[in-house]
Design a protein around this ligand. Sequence first.
Ligand code: SIN
Ligand code: FE2
Length: 214
Amino acid sequence: MHEITDGLIYFPAFYSRAEQEALVGQLRDCVRAAPLFIPLMPKTGKPFSVRMTNCGALGWVSDTERGYRYEHRHPITGAPWPPIPALALQAWNEAGHYPAPPEACLVNFYGAGARMGLHQDRDEEALDAPVVSISLGDSCLFRIGGTSRSGKTQSLRLHSGDVLVIGGASRLAFHGVDRTMPGTSTLLEGGGRINLTMRRVTKVEQQPNQKPSS
Ligand code: SIN
Ligand code: FE2
């Protein structure tokens, strides 16, 4: 584990191969309940090259009319999202160190040629909570900069089983995936890359002070 910059913490090989296989199995169940969909960019309606779904109480969605937001239900089936896989929660708990559970786990599937442009994750109210990211399958070239789009960026190769915590001063850093590297992993039959990002969306309510016992 090491801190790359303030609040950006990298855990290479957080998950063993056996754990990665088990997590992929749990994700297959998620995708059966909540099929991958192709979100559309707000306003332009341009499709993302990444296919997505979600697990958890809330899921991140985007369409032309209403833009980026969290919803309780799948945009096509209308069903609630399946629960976040237990193995994914392990990274939230052991690497994220946030005192409340995540509400959303965005599942991104990168097929050949898919990428993700530089963006900030800022559709959450709980910006004190980190985003905890898990990579599975093919490696990718991940790019991350500062809080202004035009700032300097650095590149990082993310491999299957790696966990990246984007929190603290890096929570609103611009980031994206320049490209995946086909053929770099045997985890997923048919290749490709899966990225999971767990997020806390709503602010955690302060516990009222305990009354002293009499
Ligand atoms: C994202 O920013 O939502 C995805 C990051 C990644 O695929 O590693
Ligand atoms: Fe993101």
